[in-house]
Ligand binder design. Structure first.
Ligand SMILES: Cc1cc2nc3c(=O)[nH]c(=O)nc-3n(C[C@H](O)[C@H](O)[C@H](O)COP(=O)(O)OP(=O)(O)OC[C@H]3O[C@@H](n4cnc5c(N)ncnc54)[C@H](O)[C@@H]3O)c2cc1C
Length: 350
């Protein structure tokens, strides 16, 4: 069994940024990731036209100073979300949507040039892929001889002084076996900690041209009546690739992909004209079907419930196990900014 200094579980933003900070302190790390890809809830797809589309985290604002600071340090440029032109607000299916314009003076949202995955790729290259192991799904964490033994589904075992989990708390306590078991109060808290966006459905439609902009539509849409609930223009920073992207009504997870796609294209054609049917490709991600993000709750859990709870500050298993991740952050929990803040908070304790 190989002895590792610090084991981080999960190669999402929090796991990778924690690893980056610990390495800067001269601490050896190994990041174990269950998936074959890294990034977790950051998932950028590239279409055949070259447009990048976010199936997970996308936006941040001036209030998110931790992520802004990281982008500055890593020299990753970002740009303002396009909102110019006519935006639509649909309240009822049987009346046309209301039209409105978003003033330039509104507080802007930003996106990372090249896609959010650029941040993940940059962190991974700084940490070194030799220190990140994918396809390593942790199933058991055992305390033995004042060490923690971490075991994965591939049959690997690692002995270490410290483990930092960045798995969303509800998923952690429902998918990893602890010996000895974690305290009951912690288990109850984790089971009632909301995983931000775990129930959401993201979609994107890739186009050859930004026909909506040519008709003076911004691409922004809010609807309380149709399958698309919220949508924005998703053109690239240099305006070389075009897409519309947003969130579908969560209840449509019971429909098939084909049914959702048909409804999305029909809604876009109603609002923006027949050009909407001339798309390159339709993409979607039903996050409640991602077992490495979402686990159904035992009871009703509200959005952001117990996010940033003070108990997440306390290490478990005699000070050897830390539970981190975006949901544990005391600032902007659930968001990328929270994932960065949680990483900074934890790394400062080492
Ligand atoms: C659809 C969607 C839209 C979002 N939009 C935004 C946005 O616009 N702005 C924003 O700021 N935030 C947004 N977020 C939230 C943002 O994605 C998260 O805050 C952030 O990515 C969380 O990072 P994390 O590292 O804490 O967790 P995760 O990204 O969830 O990382 C956890 C990692 O652990 C791995 N893992 C799970 N189980 C195991 C196991 N047993 N063993 C090993 N590895 C395991 C997972 O595969 C994953 O890689 C969005 C999220 C979603 C899903």
């Amino acid at each position: 069994m190989k002895k590792e200094k610090v084991i981080l579980i999960g190669a999402g933003l929090c796991g990778l940024y924690t690893a980056f900070l610990l390495q800067k302190k001269g601490i050896e790390v190994l990041v174990l990731e269950a998936n074959t890809r890294i990034g977790g809830r950051i998932k950028t797809l590239t279409g055949t036209t070259g447009v990048t589309m976010e199936m997970g985290a996308t936006w941040f604002g001036n209030q998110h100073r931790h992520i802004l600071e990281v982008l500055y340090t890593l020299e990753l440029p970002y740009f303002r979300q396009h909102t110019q032109g006519v935006s639509l607000f649909e309240t009822m299916s049987f009346v046309p949507p209301q039209k409105f314009e978003i003033a330039d003076s509104e507080e802007p949202s930003f996106r990372i040039v090249g896609g959010t995955a650029t941040l993940i790729e940059k962190l991974a290259s700084e940490i070194g892929m030799q220190n990140i192991k994918t396809g390593s799904k942790i199933t058991t964490i055992k305390e033995e001889n004042n060490q923690l033994i971490v075991m994965d589904t591939a049959g690997n075992s690692y002995s270490t002084d410290k483990v930092i989990s960045t798995i969303p708390p509800n998923l952690l306590v429902n998918s990893v076996v602890f010996e000895p078991n974690l305290p009951e109060t912690f288990l109850q808290l984790a089971k009632k900690t909301h995983t931000w966006m775990g129930e959401s459905i993201k979609f994107a439609v890739e186009y050859k041209t930004p026909f909506w902009k040519q008709k003076n539509y911004s691409g922004t849409l809010f609807s309380q009546a149709s399958i698309i609930q919220e949508m924005y223009d998703h053109s690239t920073a240099d305006n070389s690739g075009f897409a519309l992207k947003g969130f579908l009504n969560g209840g449509t997870s019971v429909l098939s992909r084909e049914e959702r796609k048909e409804k999305v294209i029909a809604q876009l054609a109603t609002f923006f004209g027949p050009e909407a049917t001339d798309y390159v490709a339709y993409y979607e991600n039903v996050w409640r079907e991602e077992p490495l993000t979402f686990q159904p709750y035992e009871q009703l859990v509200l959005a952001h419930q117990n996010n940033g709870h003070s108990s997440y500050k306390n290490p478990l298993q005699k000070g050897k196990l830390y539970v981190s991740g975006a949901e544990t952050a005391t600032q902007n929990p659930g968001y990328m900014d929270g994932a960065i803040f949680a990483a900074k908070t934890l790394a400062s304790q080492f």
